[in-house]
Design a protein around this ligand. Structure first.
Ligand SMILES: Cc1ncc(COP(=O)(O)O)c(C=O)c1O
Length: 405
């Protein structure tokens, strides 16, 4: 029987192939060092857990909650934006809480996309940035993930050649998977372009607080006039090590926020109230808990770049995000990222995310997530050294020349 139309547009996650191999290697007793999925391993700070436990004792918090977020939570997010970015938001009309930023992004796509609408999405990108719109019946046109002149040339070409004219452009800085950061001048140019061409801008700022070199990533909403065209998504998952709690936000343009709020009002009753109350406490807690998280990732980044470099794999040091975007080492480059990732798993007990899973332009890279401690990262580097030392043998024995691309 033919596959359902929507399911045909959702190929099995490439990462699933690596995950399956990982599961069978583990079942066979291998000690896999898992730097694959961006799933934070740090515990949620205790004061947030305590707030949840305290709140859950109150039976009236057990009822359906509020789909757009309880007022106190929306006010807490507005206060965070004012403190961190100097951006004023109206908690009633410019803030909506989401069940993680991924849900918010996907339902925003549902809310605003008509069949055949063209959306400009970086390639490589976090998968929901493209698939959210594909699921909603839209069409994707790729633009570069680097925020440089070529990005704007691609936007210019897109508005001239796309039929219909593009609806929106997606941004994500600090970027998953490339860890690239953008500055306020870039956002200024994007906002000017978007206003001129009547494009919406969807900015994913999930890594707002995970930065290492003293320069906090800006919000696009710091640009005067950005609210005319832009919404921004943020997440509690990385900032407060709360990935399982499913709490994020969309803020900005009133019309877009209202559209998302409407769709969500049909779909969900909001996160469990104690989670929303605990999230409010986190947002009001100031910078100390965030700095602790940032420091852990910074040390892991340094350990990764240093130890992998000494083992023979030079990895550009990321300035932000919880990822390194690593070019496949020379002898393996021809294999492509999926085959290389499988080999790394089988021969070095290291799991990474193949770049092809983020789009065709990611295939010369793998993404390494900083989700194991420094000791494990150094262990991975020792495994890696042995793996790289035997590259010739491995390539000849494992992959016949005819199977190489
Ligand atoms: C760029 C980006 N956006 C969104 C998410 C998902 O965040 P959340 O847990 O808030 O849904 C991730 C998670 O990896 C991400 O990398």
């Amino acid at each position: 029987m033919d596959e359902f139309h929507k399911i045909r547009r959702l190929p099995l996650y490439v990462f699933e192939q690596v995950n399956r191999l990982k599961a069978s290697a583990r079942a066979a007793g291998a000690d896999i060092i898992d730097l694959g999925m961006g799933n934070p391993d740090l515990p949620t700070p205790q004061f947030i857990v305590d707030k949840l436990c305290e709140t859950i004792q109150r039976p009236r918090t057990h009822r359906y909650s509020s789909s757009k977020g309880i007022p106190g939570l929306r006010r807490a997010q507005a206060a965070y934006y004012e403190r961190r970015f100097g951006v004023k938001l109206d908690p009633n009309t410019e803030v909506v809480a989401t069940l993680g930023s991924k849900e918010g992004f996907a339902n925003m796509a549902q809310a605003i996309t008509a069949p055949g609408d063209v959306v400009l999405v970086p390639n490589p990108s976090y998968p929901i940035h493209a698939f959210g719109f594909l699921m909603a019946g839209g069409v994707i046109r790729s633009v570069p993930a680097e925020p440089g002149p070529e990005f704007f040339r691609a936007l210019e070409r897109a508005v001239v050649h796309s039929i219909p004219k593009p609806l929106a452009v997606v941004l994500c800085y600090p970027a998953n998977p490339t860890a690239t950061v953008a500055d306020l001048d870039f956002y200024r140019d994007v906002v000017a372009f978007a206003r001129r061409h009547e494009l919406f801008v969807l900015s994913d700022l999930a890594y707002a607080e995970i930065y290492f070199d003293g320069v906090p990533p800006p919000s696009i909403l710091q640009v005067p006039g950005a609210k005319d065209v832009a919404v921004e998504f943020t997440s509690m998952s990385k900032t407060f090590s709360m990935p399982g709690w499913r709490m994020g936000f969309a803020v900005g343009n009133e019309r877009l926020i209202s559209a998302l709020t409407r769709v969500k009002s049909y779909l969900d009753y909001g996160a469990f109230t104690p989670i929303q109350v605990a999230a409010s406490a986190a947002l009001h807690a100031g910078d100390a808990p965030i700095e602790e998280v940032r420091e852990v990732y910074r040390r892991r980044r340094d350990a990764l770049v240093d130890a992998f470099g000494r083992s023979g794999w030079t990895i550009p040091s990321p300035n932000a995000s919880m990822f390194a975007w690593a070019p496949i080492p020379e002898p393996y480059r021809e294999l492509g990222s999926l085959e290389f990732s499988k080999l790394l798993l089988e021969k070095a007990d290291i799991a990474v995310a193949p770049g092809i899973g983020f789009g065709e332009h990611g295939d010369s890279f793998v993404r390494i997530a900083l989700v194991e401690n420094e000791q494990r990262i150094r262990q991975a580097a020792r495994n890696l050294r042995r793996f790289l030392e035997t590259a010739d043998e491995t390539l000849h024995n494992v992959i016949p020349i005819s199977a190489r691309r």
